[in-house]
Design a protein around this ligand. Structure first.
Ligand code: NDP
Length: 330
C-alpha cells in the first residue's frame, strides 16, 4: 500500500531550536538502535516509522552498527525510505554515527579519519541516501588526535555527505575542545548526543549542559526511558518479550526489589498528574530548554503514541520535581 503522510502531522508536535543553529528538531525523536534489525519484521518497522512521521517526528537517528546484525537497521531503513519516505526527504532529519565496533581490523572502530569517512560512505550506501543530515563521532577516541576526528567530520560536510555534525558521549572538556576545533575549520558543532534521564544525570553533574549552552550546541538525550525501566514495563517484574527478558542491552539484574520500589514511587508521581511513568520521564528530560530533543526507542506503535503524548503536558511543579528527586536520585 502506498504511504501518504498524514495532513495534520505538524499540528501538535513541538519543535525546538538546536543550540544556536538554524535547525529545529522535534521534542521527541526516534532512534533505531533496537527494533529495526533483522530480528523484527519489516512490517512492524514500517508501522512504527510511518506513525512516527505522521505524529510529527521528523528526526530518525541511526548508527553504522545498529541491528542485529551490524548495518541491518540502516539497510532496513533504506528499504523503507525508498518505499515510503523518499518524497518526504526534505522534511526529514536523518542521522548516523561511527565510533563503535563495525568491521574487523584496525580501521573498523574508534576515531580515525580512515574509519569515519569509510563508514559514512557505507552508511549512505545502506540507506540509499546522498547525504545524512547529521553525522556523529559516536565516541571520543583517546588514541587519535581530536583534530583528526573532527577533521573527518568537517570533510564529510565539505564533501556534501553531511549537512551538520555532532558528537556523542564526549565529556565536557572534550566537547569544548571539539567545538573549538570545528569552529576553526568553519564547520560548527551542531549537537551533542549524551545519555540523560531522571536516573542518569551526568550531563548536569559534570557540567556538560552548561558547556553546550556556552558553545551554542544542541542536546539530544538518549535512553530517556532508561531502556524501558522508566515506563510501566517493569513495575511488576520482567514481562515476556521485553528488552530485559530478551537479554539484550538491558541487564535483567537491574530489575530488583529496590529499583522496582523506586519505579513504583515515580509511577505514583506520574499518576498524580495524569501521566504514565514514560510520559513523566519525557516531561522531565524536556523541562530544561537546553535539551533540544528526547531520543526514544519504541518496540510498538502503541508505545510510540503513548510517548509522543507527553509533548505539551503541563510543566512539572517544584513539588513534583522534588518528589521525583526523592525517588530517582540514589
Ligand atoms: P529508551 O530509553 O526510550 O527505551 C526504549 C525502550 O523502552 C523500548 O524499546 C521499549 O522496550 C520501552 N518503551 C518505550 N516506550 C514505552 C512505553 N510507552 N511503555 C512501555 N515501554 C516502553 O531508549 P533506547 O534504549 O531505545 O534508545 C533510544 C535511542 O537512543 C536509540 O535508538 C539510539 O538512537 C540512541 N542511543 C544512542 C546511544 C549513543 O551512544 N549515542 C546509545 C544508546 C541509544 P521493549 O523493547 O521492552 O518494549
Amino acid at each position: 500500500d502506498l504511504y501518504r503522510a498524514a495532513d495534520g502531522r505538524y499540528d501538535s508536535m513541538e519543535y525546538r531550536r538546536t543550540g544556536r543553529s538554524g535547525l529545529k528538531l522535534p521534542a521527541v525523536s526516534l532512534g533505531l538502535w533496537h527494533n529495526f534489525g533483522d530480528d523484527r519484521t519489516l512490517d512492524s518497522q514500517r508501522a512504527i516509522l510511518r506513525r512516527a512521521f505522521d505524529l510529527g517526528i521528523t528526526h530518525f537517528d541511526l548508527a553504522n552498527n545498529y541491528g542485529p546484525p551490524y548495518g541491518a537497521a540502516e539497510a532496513n531503513f533504506g528499504t523503507l525510505f525508498a518505499q515510503d519516505f523518499r518524497p518526504y526527504r526534505d522534511e526529514l532529519v536523518i542521522s548516523t554515527k561511527a565510533g563503535y565496533d563495525m568491521w574487523p581490523g584496525p580501521y573498523g572502530e574508534w576515531g580515525s579519519r580512515k574509519y569515519l569517512l569509510a563508514s559514512l560512505d557505507q552508511s549512505l550506501g545502506r540507506m540509499g541516501l546522498d547525504y545524512v543530515d547529521i553525522f556523529y563521532s559516536h565516541r571520543f577516541d583517546p588514541e587519535t588526535p581530536l583534530e583528526e576526528t573532527m577533521g573527518a567530520l568537517a570533510t564529510a560536510v565539505q564533501q556534501g555527505k553531511a549537512l551538520y555534525v555532532g558528537i556523542s558521549s564526549y565529556g565536557p572538556d572534550r566537547t569544548r575542545e571539539a567545538a573549538r576545533i570545528l569552529r576553526e575549520m568553519g564547520v560548527p558543532a551542531l549537537i551533542h548526543q549524551p545519555s540523560y534521564s531522571m536516573i542518569n544525570r551526568w550531563i548536569e553533574d559534570e557540567g556538560l549542559l552548561d558547556v553546550l549552552a556556552e558553545e551554542g550546541m544542541g542536546c539530544i538525550g538518549f535512553v530517556p526511558l532508561a531502556q524501558g525501566l522508566l515506563t510501566d514495563r517493569y513495575l511488576n517484574g520482567i514481562p515476556q518479550g521485553s528488552r530485559a527478558a530478551q537479554g539484550k542491552s538491558l541487564d535483567p539484574a537491574l530489575v530488583n526489589e529496590e529499583t522496582t520500589a523506586r519505579l513504583r514511587a515515580l509511577n505514583d508521581v506520574a499518576a498524580a498528574r495524569g501521566q504514565s511513568l514514560a510520559q513523566l520521564a519525557l516531561s522531565w528530560v524536556l523541562r530544561d530548554p537546553r535539551v533540544t530533543s528526547a531520543l526514544i526507542g519504541a518496540s510498538s506503535v502503541a508505545q510510540l503514541e503513548a510517548n509522543v503524548a507527553a509533548v505539551g503536558a503541563a510543566p512539572l511543579t517544584a513539588e513534583e520535581l522534588a518528589e521525583i528527586d526523592r525517588h530517582a536520585v540514589e
